[in-house]
Design a protein around this ligand. Sequence first.
Ligand code: 2P0
Length: 338
Amino acid sequence: MSSKLDIVARILSGRGTKPGEAGRAFAPANIALVKYWGKRDEELNLPVTSSLSVSLGALGSEVTIRRGHGADTVILNGETLPADSSFARRVSAYLDLFRQDSSMVFHLDARNTIPTAAGFASSASGFAALVRSLDQLFGWDLDARELSILARLGSGSACRSLFHGFVEWHAGEAEDGMDSYAKPLAETWPDLRMGLVVISSEEKAISSRAGMKRTVETSPLYTAWPSKVAEDLPEVRAALRERDFHRLGRTAESNALAMHATMIAAWPPVIYWKPESLAAMKRVAALREQGLAVYFTMDAGPNLKLLFERKDEGAVAAEFPALAVVAPFGEGRHAIDS
Ligand code: 2P0
C-alpha cells in the first residue's frame, strides 16, 4: 500500500527542490452535481465513485506561502490561527509531505473570497490553492494531473478545485491512485446560476470525512450508491452537452437526496438537515409545481444550493429573499459581497 509520502516522492522526483521567495495562487470553490461520498482508501482519499462539479468562478481561496522561521504559521482571513487548532494542524500535517528537512517551516496566508458564513467555503478551494502556491514556491512546474493528485491528498474534493467550470473527478482503479484525478469538461453554461440558501453557518457536528466513513461502514443503503452515481454521471454529462436545464436539475437534486438517504440510514445516523432545510426543499418543490425551473443540491450540511437559470433569477430571489447568487461562468452579477 502506498503512503502519501510515496506518492509525493514519485510526483516530485526530478523536479526543482530550491524554494524561491513565495508562491501565491487562487483556486475556486466547487459544488458537486454528482457527489463524492465514500472512500476506497482513506490515506490517499481515493473515492468509491467518480463525481462531477461546477466551480464557483471568482469565489474561492487565495493562498500565499513563504518560507518561515521557528514553526509554521497559518493565517486565515487575516487572523493567525492557534497552532493547535484543527485547521492549522491539518495544514501543517499536509506541509509535512513537502518539507525537505525538519527545519523547513512555512508561513501561510489564506483568504477566502467567499464569506465563510455563506457556507460555500470548504477545504477544497484552500487545498487546491495551497498546491498551486507550493508549485510556484518550489518551481516544480507540475502538470494539471499531478497538481490534482497532490490536492486530493489534502482533501478529496480539492482535486476538482484546480479547475474552473464543470469538472469531473475520475475515480480511477489503481491502488496508488495515480489514475484518480480531476479534469475540466469542455462545456460551459453562462446562464447557469447557483443560489445559496443559508440555513445555518455553524460548524457542523460531524465532519464530512467522518460522515462518509460512518456511512460506508454502517449504512445498508450504501451498496446502492455506486449504481446511482453510474446512472447520474452520463445524465449530467448529456444535460451539459445539450444545455437541458431540467435534466441537469433533476439529476443533481436526486443525486444529492440519494446521498443524504445513505447517511440517514447509517448508525448512528448522519443527519445534516435542520427543520428549515426541509421547509426550503418543500418550497423548491412547490415552486416547480407552479412552473418555476428551480432545483436544489445539498452537501454535508443544512444549507441548500439552488440551481436555476439567469432568466429566473428575479423570480427565485423573490421567494428566497436572502439568496446569495453566484454565476459560475462569470457573467452577470455576483450577489455575494459579504
Ligand atoms: C462533494 N462532499 O462531492 C461531497 C458532497 C461533501 C458532500 O467532497 O475527507 O472535504 O477531505 O476527502 O473532500 C466533502 O468531502 O472530504 C465532499 P475528504 P471532503 O463535494
